[in-house]
Design a protein around this ligand. Structure first.
Ligand code: FAD
Length: 405
């Protein structure tokens, strides 16, 4: 059986081998029903008809982004789909033709470029993700990848910052960034990647003031890129964070800050795009995101829209999103609310899900794990569960995935 048209036209398939439902070679790039502008797509994802007031940053940057994206889209999509209205037309190009990328025992596509032979990508756009008064700087960056550079959700990209390291007198080493878009990319043409990057700032402990000479090299570079600029990339790498092959598994995602990146890609894949993977997903998804202030919440308009649409479509898979806003919310003890407090408060649900085979992913700063492990041990002990044994069991069952940095 071949899928004639993805998206609304795809029959609902509860579970099973999604790879038997299409023939990428003959189907090609088609099937997407989308009619939003590129900006709306970036803010809300495909099929979101919200009139949001999402801030795309400076107007000139947005215009540049649009111009460059449009010129690229015209040249990179097949003549049969590119026509007068390039951006909306581009949204029609998807979403079966990259489904084969994880159809191998490794469940990830091959590495396209090694870090010592990076390839050139091009910046299409960048937008600040957090409020102007939120602490720090986090940017969403969209890059046009070299041709045939493909990845799957949960993988990372290496970026090699330009210039020479003053410490080693050699070119800078590559830095890894979790990919925040699905394999089809935010432009849905299967040829872009989006990153969610926090600018690493250094504060002098004696003065409390920022010291730009010690600021992060690569994150500083990425958070300042302009549309049209070249970025050297390698990869894709990593298979720790890929989605389970069984579409009936519940997914639990625990993120702090930019750790949201792989989960944005998961959620777009499972709740937004018109793919057979989305049609087949019958598990529940539960995201817990920790940030310092409400102005630091990442991708909230997109997630709100996903929740709204999921409710309307009456799918069997539920989507739950909990936020732990440490400086504004308090936990049961009256202290600051962190992701581990959300887990503790929902311990019953968490353990019930894990015991029924749910897969849990943790992503964000290294410092998040000790607090989480301690909280889970406390909860487990109260339930007479031997936590070290239980944790080993989850790990050996491939239910436990951690990517922290
Ligand atoms: P560097 O230049 O490498 O500096 C590192 C740190 O040292 C900075 O905080 C800097 O301020 C500090 N420093 C510099 N000089 C001094 C000095 N003299 N004394 C004291 N401190 C100093 N990051 C993201 O933002 N988003 C992601 O999605 C993401 N995903 C990742 C996925 C993986 C698998 C891994 C391993 C890492 C990921 N990272 C991510 C982290 C990223 O790879 C970089 O480590 C991060 O951006 C910092 O790199 P940098 O080049 O900016 O900082």
């Amino acid at each position: 059986m071949r899928v004639k048209k993805a998206g609304a036209g795809v029959p609902f398939v509860a579970s099973g081998d999604r790879h038997s439902f299409w023939d990428p070679a003959s189907e090609g790039m088609r099937g997407m029903d989308g009619d939003l502008s590129l900006e709306e797509r970036l803010a809300f994802g495909i099929e979101f008809h919200l009139n949001g007031d999402y801030d795309f940053g400076m107007e000139t940057e947005t215009d540049n982004f649009k111009n460059i994206s449009e010129s690229y889209s015209k040249s990179s999509i097949p003549a049969t789909t590119a026509s007068q209205n390039s951006v909306p037309e581009m949204l029609h190009a998807a979403q079966c033709w990259l489904e084969h990328l994880d159809d191998n025992p490794n469940r990830v596509p091959p590495v396209v470029a090694k870090a010592n032979k990076p390839l050139e990508a091009m910046v299409l756009g960048r937008t600040r993700l957090i409020d102007q008064n939120a602490p720090g700087d986090i940017q969403h960056i969209v890059l046009r990848l070299p041709e045939n550079f493909h990845y799957v959700e949960g993988q990372s990209l290496s970026v090699i910052p330009p210039g020479i390291s003053s410490k080693t007198n050699k070119p800078h080493k590559p830095r890894l960034y979790s990919i925040a878009s699905t394999r089809y990319g935010d432009l849905l043409d299967g040829n872009t990647v989006s990153l969610c990057v926090r600018k690493a700032e250094y504060y002098d402990p004696s003065t409390g003031l920022p010291d730009p000479t010690k600021a992060g090299v690569c994150s500083g570079f990425l958070c300042g890129v302009r549309p049209g600029q070249k970025v050297m990339v390698a990869g894709p790498v990593g298979k720790t964070m890929v989605l389970p092959s069984d579409p009936s598994k519940d997914i639990i995602m625990v993120a702090t800050g930019t750790g949201i990146a792989p989960f944005r890609s998961f959620l777009h894949r499972l709740y937004t795009e018109h793919t057979i993977a989305r049609q087949q997903f019958t598990g529940d998804a539960w995201l817990i995101l920790g940030v310092p202030t409400s102005g630091s919440l990442l991708y909230k308009p997109e997630f709100d829209a996903m929740l709204e649409i999921n409710k309307k479509t009456n799918r069997s898979s539920s989507l739950t999103i909990d936020y732990a806003i440490s400086r504004e919310m308090t936990n049961a003890q009256g202290g600051k609310m962190y992701v581990q407090d959300v887990l503790t408060e929902n311990a019953q649900r968490l353990f019930a899900k894990l015991e029924s085979g749910a897969v849990v992913y943790f992503c964000g700063l290294k410092g998040m794990m000790p607090g989480i492990l301690e909280a889970l041990e406390t909860v487990a002990t109260a339930k007479n569960i031997d936590w070290p044994t239980k944790l080993k069991e989850y790990q050996s069952n491939h239910q436990w995935h951690v990517e922290v940095y």
